[in-house]
Design a protein around this ligand. Structure first.
Ligand code: SF4
Ligand code: SF4
Length: 340
């Protein structure tokens, strides 16, 4: 007996797949499945998070619909993942709300913060909001540096805490001790396997490097076009425009049989926020020397804030849970004597 109907279905499919084993070379799910004869709730959520929804096992499967076995591993795992993310979410109260209204919440949060910054600046000094500012400290005329650090530091720390609490719940459910998350061999193997997550972290790291550059050399924005923070930010921004646009297009074209339609809102919300962060950032870069800088900065900061607060409840969490699942998979393979 499993905790939910979808886990019952996942158990049924894994039992069929374990007898068939045709897909064992396709991804990590099937070798991990083969290490088991029965599946607990935690095992099924672990397998669901090893899946990266490529759809190959659905296309290749001789038992997929209309066959009476009705085997659809990607969709079943997508629903199982979404339900488990809601169960792991911290704080609990947010998970359902975000899942249903992700796009609306993201856009309302972005516009509210932008309006707040805009209104605050307009109330204090309209010249600051609509004036032309260039050179060091230009951004901080709109919003003091300390206020910016406090607001976005708090939003970022909240996202990290919520993600950490979710992973902790997942790690416990799949039956691993917390200490194993720090096993260096498994972490390294998982890092090599998790290329998507790795790519995202690379983009994120470029932003952090740019920030460190700013602080270490005590040089305030605005920087010239050729300076490292601007070059990194521009390249990262272009990458994050193309990447999310590609993800949205891919989702649009995806076979509806593979998609968990009920959770479209929150999945799309994260991709949309990522896209809008880049779009408003690049617009800010292009028009930073004009009177549009103030309103554009307010809008960009609002979108970044919304990106942070929606991050723990949307598509982004899969990269974190998948990474944790890959750490466990690397450890399992070592335990059964596979070469890593
Ligand atoms: S998905 Fe289909 S073909 Fe692949 S292992 Fe399962 S039952 Fe076999
Ligand atoms: S859809 Fe998931 S389970 Fe199927 S081959 Fe792709 S990653 Fe593996």
């Amino acid at each position: 007996m499993h905790g939910t109907r979808i886990l019952e279905e996942a158990d049924r499919l894994m039992t069929v797949c374990n007898a068939c084993r045709y897909c064992e070379g396709l991804c990590a799910v099937f070798p991990a499945m083969e290490m088991r004869r029965s599946f607990s709730d935690g095992d099924l959520n672990y397998l669901a998070n090893l899946c990266h929804a490529c759809g190959a096992c659905y296309t290749d499967c001789q038992f997929s619909p209309p066959h009476e076995f009705d085997v659809n591993v990607p969709k079943t795992f997508a629903i199982a993942r979404a339900e488990s993310y809601a169960a792991y979410a911290w704080p609990k109260a947010f998970s359902g709300v975000f899942a249903r209204n992700g796009i609306a919440i993201g856009l309302v949060a972005a516009l509210s913060v932008a309006a707040f910054i805009f209104g605050f600046a307009a109330f204090n000094d309209r010249q600051v909001l609509f004036g032309v500012h260039t050179g060091p400290g230009a951004f901080y005329k709109l919003m003091p540096h300390k206020a910016m650090v406090a607001l976005f530091g708090a939003a970022f720390l909240y996202a990290i805490l919520a993600l950490a609490m979710g992973v902790r719940a997942f790690w416990r459910e799949i039956g691993e001790p917390i200490g194993m998350l720090a096993d260096p061999g498994s972490l390294w193997q998982a890092m090599r396997d998790a290329s998507t997550f790795y790519g995202f972290m690379l983009c994120f790291a470029s932003t952090v490097v740019a920030t460190l550059y700013h602080y270490l050399f005590a040089r305030e924005a605005l920087y010239p076009w050729w300076d490292l923070p601007v070059v990194l930010g521009t390249l990262g921004g272009i990458g994050l425009l193309i990447g999310p646009a590609g993800l949205l297009a891919e989702r649009w074209k995806r076979d509806p049989a593979l998609v968990d339609q009920a959770r479209t809102g929150m999945d799309v919300a994260f991709i949309l926020m990522l896209f809008l962060t880049s779009l408003t950032g690049i617009a800010l870069l292009l028009w930073r020397d004009t009177a549009a800088m103030g309103p554009l900065l307010a809008l960009h900061l609002g979108v970044v804030f919304a990106l942070f607060i929606t991050m723990p409840y949307g598509k982004f969490v899969h990269s974190i849970y998948r990474y944790a699942a890959l750490v466990r998979y690397a450890r399992e393979r070592r335990m059964v004597g596979h070469t890593v």
